[in-house]
Design a protein around this ligand. Structure first.
Ligand code: C5P
Length: 220
């Protein structure tokens, strides 16, 4: 099992959407399937890494051979990420909800004649930003994802600087690309030297290529 270039290395992968409760039976979510994050975790494990896989409620099952930490909310995801540290590399593929309902009701909201419920929102922690900015114990390599619909390179380059991560894996999720929820991806890897556009390929192939580059980066 654990041979390969990442044997003895510990790697974190976040994946999937988060669910932010409104009341005990309702939540706010997004359309992330967890497919790309799951593929990345599988590929890193195949190279021998100990993978801590922190996943929100995804459509696809977690890969074999990883340590699964299942969470629902962004705040739970942040706690699980902090508990996973220190790691040699961290890949943030989760689609974390930017906002949560500030005080979720502990009872199911009822229809009333007095009108519609009003939801108040609070900002969720930016987990990638927090880990990227760590002053001590920061992973040697921090990789974020960026789903963009326009000006992909410019937006993702700005995001890399804003977050403080080392690499951004950017993709164009415009509906006509069929990437969101599909089995293929066309990514642009952004690092401090610029942008590298990969040909369109399966999400599993993207994951294997990314895992190989991560292994090269943290072992040389
Ligand atoms: O800012 P934006 O959500 O576009 O950034 C996307 C990247 O940041 C992804 O790598 C995602 O996993 C990460 N992220 C996070 N915590 C958040 C929001 C995004 O880790 N609250």
């Amino acid at each position: 099992l654990s041979s390969g270039p990442l044997k003895g290395r510990r790697v974190l992968v976040t994946s999937g959407p988060t669910h932010e409760p409104i009341d005990p039976v309702r939540y706010i979510a997004n359309r992330s399937s967890g497919a790309q994050g799951t593929a990345v975790a599988r590929a890193l494990a195949a190279l021998g890494a100990h993978v801590v896989f922190v996943t929100g409620p995804a459509d696809v099952p977690p890969p074999d051979g990883v340590e699964v930490v299942a969470v629902q909310t962004a705040q739970e995801m942040e706690e699980a990420v902090e508990a996973s540290l220190p790691v040699d590399a961290a890949v943030f593929a989760a689609a974390v909800a930017d906002w949560r309902v500030s005080s979720a009701s502990d009872r199911k909201l009822k229809k009333t004649k007095d009108g519609l419920p009003e939801l108040e929102f609070a900002e969720n922690p930016d987990i990638l930003h927090g880990v990227s900015q760590m002053k001590s114990g920061r992973p040697a390599l921090v990789v974020g994802f960026a789903a963009e619909t326009n000006d992909v390179i410019d937006n993702a380059t700005a995001k890399r600087l804003r977050k403080g991560c080392d690499w951004i894996v950017a993709n164009d999720v415009s509906p006509e690309t069929g990437i969101m929820g599909g089995s293929e991806n066309a990514v642009i890897l952004i690092d401090k030297n610029g942008a590298d556009a990969w040909p369109r390929m399966g999400k599993d192939e993207v994951a294997r290529e990314l895992a190989a580059r991560i292994a090269a980066e943290i072992t040389t």
